[in-house]
Ligand binder design. Structure first.
Ligand SMILES: Cc1ncc(CN)c(N)n1
Length: 228
């Protein structure tokens, strides 16, 4: 990936959907995230407690900004029907099942819900999400949300059955795979496919820029978690 690409998506029959056009412009980083060693170790239940604690401490700070970004999607969507899946996700997942996972997992690992030191990549990711949130631009907001959820579906759906017994890994995988999560990612992609083609060329380039920056940050986040 080399910064903003002003290659234009076009609506001819042969062209991919807008979301697939964005994703394929993020190779090889996209595949590097989905096939990352750290993700493979989660899928096999082999991450050391120390690494898992560090990752989840930082990720809980990610999730805080992510939840605020979901709120911005509710506010900036162009119809009631589009607002509903975001609202449902905030209520059922982000502030309920996922929050409960973080509380239990960090208690088990002796981690902190509010670590004093935030890694540079955590700060950078929070900054990107804040930039998308304060833009109040629906396409930019959905682009960042879509990357975060789609790459997580990518690695989690590679986990082999039976999943690890330890809840630290099993629940983290289950939160990012399964029928409901696939439908959620399908919705996010569908929103990009719906609004993307109607944007001007410059605005499409801006969406691509946010999509690429989010993908790079996902890769850096797993690199940070894997380092030690
Ligand atoms: C860094 C990151 N990216 C995505 C996700 C999935 N919501 C997450 N928990 N953390």
């Amino acid at each position: 990936m080399s910064g903003i690409s002003y290659a234009v998506w076009s609506a001819s029959v042969a062209d991919p959907a807008f979301s697939e056009w964005l994703r394929s412009a993020c190779e090889p980083e996209w595949t590097a995230v989905v096939e990352h060693r750290f993700a493979e170790e989660i899928n096999r239940g082999e991450v050391s407690d120390d690494k898992m604690r560090r990752y989840l401490e930082q990720d809980f700070q990610f999730v805080d900004s992510f939840t605020a970004l979901l709120g911005a999607a509710v506010a900036s969507a162009d119809s009631f029907e589009a607002r509903v899946p975001f609202s449902r996700f905030v209520g059922q997942i982000a502030t309920d099942t996922e929050r409960s996972y973080f509380h239990r997992a960090l208690a088990e690992l002796g981690g902190e819900l509010s670590p004093t030191v935030l890694e540079p990549v955590t700060l950078d990711f929070r900054a990107l999400m804040d930039e998308a949130r304060t833009s109040q631009n629906y396409a930019l907001i959905v682009a960042v949300l879509c990357v975060a959820e789609w790459v997580y579906l990518g690695w989690a759906s590679r986990a082999k059955q039976p999943l690890p017994e330890n809840f630290l890994y099993r629940e983290w995988i289950e939160l990012h795979d399964g029928e409901d999560f696939r439908a959620w990612v399908g919705f996010l992609r569908g929103e990009l496919d719906r609004v993307g083609p109607g944007l001007g060329v410059e605005e499409q380039g801006r969406v691509l820029d946010f999509f690429q920056r989010a993908t790079r940050l996902e890769l850096r986040f797993f690199d940070m978690a894997d380092a030690q």
